[in-house]
Design a protein around this ligand. Structure first.
Ligand code: GLA
Length: 390
């Protein structure tokens, strides 16, 4: 944090009056590709995330600097001219958030100097983009005379990503990051936005994130393709069923009506969305009862469904999950959008050391890449940080 304060002082002239903010990354425990299908997700906020030191300006200028992208230097913009600009690169995310707040009538009358630093592994699918969106939202709220309901902030951040940046994501990432709670995961119904927190008490088990270190090329176009396949499936089912989203269906109702979907590939996509949603609700019930083995088994089913029906895993994620299964993980699955990125596993605490070595070896042998591992610490949602905690 001292380095971030120093970077701020160096780039923007002194640190007087600057405030410190934090927004976490997220990992999803189960409920993948269900958010935009009106289903349930079960993510948690991480203790790693994006820090921002921010200070209001007297004029309307915006000056952004990231310690993660020093080669980009200071990126200059203006609150009166907020349009997406290729050359602004990562700074389009905070710009988009300011634009969304303004569009919805939240007064933003002066600019900012802001320095960012993120410790979420890059491109790992742990939502560094939603993290920077929510840290910007928090800066806006804490430095203005209005306040905003947190779920509203979450929606505005999603809108910034959908409309300003042009990535058609669901609401899971922004929700987990805006609403996260230390040592808890949140079960969110993405249709109604009803949610409840569940303590993640794994006793003698640990949660391990493993990064495939596979670049997520083409991920956005395949993501959008899955979304539209699900929309096609929903439209076909709606010819006979009064449903609002795939999340409204039980497995039985889906099986009884799946013949309405002609294309077998589209049918598989819808099957995943329906089964994964139901699986998520069951998994959280099991966790509430302290049945960690049962929860883990459903994580494994989730991965198989994402591999075989939704087809968003790929060689590296499959190799890493198979390595975890072979090394005795209680549960292991890909997490996030897929096509690269990370897996999440539940591992007995006593086995963690051997797990890290052996899974790493197996993975390297299978795909000739080094995996990185992180023991998950579940942290709080986006917030302003108190000075004594710096
Ligand atoms: C990405 C999106 C989320 C969600 C996941 C898949 O992380 O941003 O909205 O759709 O993929 O579960």
């Amino acid at each position: 944090m001292k380095q971030l304060r120093d970077a701020f002082a160096e780039k923007f002239g002194g640190g007087q009056g600057a405030l410190l903010f934090f927004a976490p990354g997220r990992v999803n425990l189960i409920g993948e590709h269900t958010d935009y299908n009106g289903g349930h997700v079960f993510p948690c906020a991480l203790s790693v995330g994006t820090y921002a030191v921010a200070r209001k300006r007297e004029d309307t200028k915006l000056r952004f600097y990231s310690m993660n992208f020093p080669e980009k230097g200071i990126i200059d913009a203006d609150i009166e001219e907020l349009t997406y600009e290729e050359k602004h690169d990562w700074a389009n995310y905070p710009k988009g958030v300011i634009a969304a707040f303004k569009k919805h009538g939240y007064a933003v009358s002066s600019g900012f100097d802001i320095a960012f630093f993120g410790n979420i592994p890059n491109g790992a699918g742990l939502s560094s983009s939603a993290s920077i969106e929510l840290v910007m939202g928090t800066v806006l709220e804490e430095t203005s005379d209005w306040s905003v309901d947190r779920v509203e902030m979450v929606k505005l951040a999603q809108e910034a990503e959908n409309e300003f940046v042009g990535v058609n994501c669901g609401i899971m990432d922004q929700f987990a990051i805006g609403m996260g709670k230390r040592d808890h995961a949140v079960l969110l119904n993405c249709n109604t936005l009803d949610y409840r927190y569940t303590p993640v008490e794994l006793d003698s088990h640990a949660l391990i994130i493993a990064n495939t270190n596979k670049r997520r090329g083409l991920a956005d176009s395949k993501y959008n393709e899955r979304r539209s396949q699900c929309e096609t499936a929903l439209a076909a089912l709606q010819t006979e069923l009064k449903i609002h989203s795939l999340g409204d269906l039980t497995e039985e109702a889906f099986e009884a009506h799946k013949h309405l979907i002609d294309d077998p590939v589209v049918q598989k996509r819808a099957k995943h969305a329906v089964y994964e949603n139901r699986r998520t609700i069951k998994a959280v019930d099991l966790l509430d009862q302290g049945d960690i083995e049962g929860f883990g088994a459903l994580m494994n089913d989730s991965h198989r469904s994402l591999r075989d029906d939704y087809e968003v895993t790929g060689r590296e994620l499959d190799a890493l999950v198979e390595a975890a299964w072979a090394e005795g993980a209680v549960g292991s699955r890909m997490t996030g959008a897929g096509f690269g990125g990370c897996t999440i596993s539940i591992v007995k605490k006593d086995d963690v050391d051997s797990f890290l070595t052996n899974v790493g070896d197996r993975y390297k042998k299978a795909v000739d890449l080094e995996a990185d591992f992180y023991v998950v610490e579940i942290g709080d949602g986006a917030k302003r940080m108190e000075e004594e905690r710096i």
